[in-house]
Write a protein that binds this ligand. Structure first.
Ligand code: ACO
Ligand code: PYR
Length: 527
């Protein structure tokens, strides 16, 4: 039977120490519930007594069905009794059934950061853990800087662990607080520690300062620890903590451990990772292992050709196992297989003549050479393919446009820049000329184009531009540089699509991308 490894999530505590992260009580509640639903064993909610958010969160703690809700804090202050320590009192009063206490285990830290006798630190650990245990709490000792401490003074580091274990700690967790320990050192030290304490009482808490937090956590489990601490998406102080989104499937699928989660539930990992990004208002990291949009995205022609035959040729696991999906990209690295597969995904019927596919591959490559990028602009790729296959009607022709920008002092004595666009459009035998203002040249052009087209194609009325990105492709050319514009649009029904335009003239590049926005909308949603 597979051995059990316990999962401890500290997204809401160490994750809250990430620069730029500021959880609200509602964020904490949503994440705690999601972590519980996944089946994490311990959910550390924060540090009661440290700030009003954590006080409010613990004051009205979510009811977790499976996970043990955990409070975090530190050992008693030097020179105080446990019964007279406001920090410990806040932890006890939080009502959390489990309390994690951070305490020193590196003699250097005891000397420098606490500046107290080394025996007093050991007493602080033992007294504080015993106090919690006497009050019926499950107590966990996070041995801060354990690996650095063990390298400097193994006897002292082990004595700190012993104090916690003797006092009744359920777990003593070996922390690589500065994140500088490498996997071979973690493996060696954990093996040595398991000669003194059973692995079933030991945990690992790894920081990512050498990009090894996940590797260190897996090495520690391999060497004997049975609890892994980490965060969703690797949040945490400085470079972050071990990313549980990678740790969990690696433990289960690659190392054969039981984490208490059924393998089928790994499919929730991608959603959980995205939920955190949404709460933090961050774009998901495309290249994240297992759950990123690129984790199973195939670009090279040789890869796609083989993946089409059997995905195992270039995929370490089936993407669906973790709730992800395969993506076939089309770019200048593509061959026929990419293009055929992409067309199929987009519901484009692939013509039987290989010459048409070859023509599409050549067209994609030559447009990418000019600066287009179809990797992230599916709508422009679909239009390119369907145009080549003769499937896109001539909805409208823009015979000319003109954009004027004027910077002047207005009647109120304020400096303003005004934009105005004039556009001439032919639709069938009708000709339209419209003029519109905008808060910039692209906005004015967009407004003028819609003004001309909406009376003829009312379905365009509920389309909004949700993102507009400009990239300079030849910075060495200074202001003459070629620019690439990507526009993301959304219809009121929530559908989103991205188009691309390229030109040395930024207005022209924007117009090309806008033109595709409108053509794609007409193709998909009709007039
Ligand atoms: C490795 C880790 O990530 S541990 C978690 C770190 N997380 C945080 O610090 C976030 C939350 N922290 C806070 O809000 C605040 O630091 C508080 C409320 C906990 C404490 O605030 P303050 O009382 O103002 O103390 P401050 O933060 O300046 O310094 C920490 C104090 O704790 C002492 N201390 C540090 N570790 C320990 C420990 N394990 N046991 C007892 N005391 C400790 C320090 O020596 C220092 O004491 P001093 O004030 O006498 O110099
Ligand atoms: C406890 C903790 O966060 C650390 O030692 O890194």
């Amino acid at each position: 039977m597979a051995e059990r490894v316990y999962l401890f999530d500290t997204t809401l505590r160490d994750g809250a120490q990430t620069s730029g992260v500021d959880f609200s009580v509602a964020d904490k509640r949503a994440m705690a519930i999601a972590l519980d639903k996944l089946g994490i064993d311990y959910v550390e909610g924060g540090w009661p007594g440290a700030n009003p958010t954590d006080d409010a969160f613990f004051g009205d703690a979510p009811t977790l069905k499976r996970a043990k809700f955990t409070a975090f804090g530190m050992t008693r202050r030097p020179g105080r009794s446990v019964g007279n320590d406001p920090g410990l009192a806040a932890l006890v009063n939080s009502g959390a059934p489990v309390v994690t206490l951070v305490g020193k285990s590196w003699d250097f830290h005891v000397d420098v950061a606490l500046n107290i006798p080394r025996e007093e630190n050991i007493a602080m650990i033992g007294d504080s853990i015993a106090h919690l245990v006497s009050l019926g709490r499950e107590a966990i000792y996070d041995a801060e800087h354990f690996f650095d401490g063990y390298k400097a003074n193994p006897a002292y580091a082990l004595a700190c662990l012993k104090a916690a274990q003797d006092a009744g700690a359920r777990w003593t967790v070996l922390c690589d607080t500065n994140g500088g320990t490498l996997p071979h050192e973690v493996a060696r030290i954990v093996r040595e520690v398991t000669a003194h304490f059973p692995g079933e009482t030991l945990g690992i808490h790894a920081h990512n300062d050498t990009e090894n937090a996940v590797a260190n956590s897996l090495a520690a489990v391999e060497a004997g620890v049975r609890q892994v601490q980490g965060t969703i998406n690797g949040l945490g102080e400085r470079c972050g903590n071990a990313n549980l989104i990678s740790v969990i499937p690696s433990l289960m699928l690659k190392m054969g451990f039981d984490t208490g989660l059924p393998v089928e539930d790994l499919r929730h990992l991608t959603g959980l990772s995205h939920l955190l990004d949404e709460r933090l208002n961050r774009a998901p990291f495309k290249h994240a292992a297992y759950v990123g949009a690129s984790a199973f995205a195939h670009k090279g022609g040789l890869h796609v050709s083989a993946v089409e035959k059997d995905p195992r040729t270039y995929e370490h696991i089936p993407p669906e196992t973790v709730g992800n999906r395969r993506r076939i990209l089309v770019s200048d690295q593509a061959g026929r297989s990419n293009v055929i597969s992409r067309c199929r995904d987009l519901g484009i019927e692939v013509p039987p003549e290989t010459s048409k596919i070859d023509a599409l591959v050549d067209l994609v490559k030559s447009r990418e050479f000019d600066g287009y990028s179809y990797d992230g602009a599916d709508a422009s790729f679909e239009l390119l393919a369907r145009r080549l296959f003769g499937e896109v009607p001539d909805y409208f022709t823009v015979t000319s446009f003109r954009v004027l920008d004027e910077r002047r002092w207005n009647a109120l004595g304020k400096l303003v820049t005004l934009s105005e666009a004039t556009i001439r459009v032919t639709v069938g035998d009708k000709q339209e000329m419209t003029v519109a203002d905008g808060n910039g040249p692209v906005n004015a052009l967009d407004a003028a184009l819609r003004k001309a087209l909406i009376p003829l194609y009312p379905s365009l009325d509920d389309i909004h531009l949700t993102d507009y990105k400009v990239r300079i492709l030849s910075p060495q050319d200074g202001t003459k540089a070629v620019t690439r514009v990507m526009i993301e649009s959304q219809k009121a029904n929530g559908e989103r699509w991205t188009t691309v335009g390229v030109s040395p003239n930024i207005i022209d590049a924007s117009f090309n991308a806008l033109h595709d926005v409108i053509c794609f909308a007409l193709l998909k949603f009709g007039g």
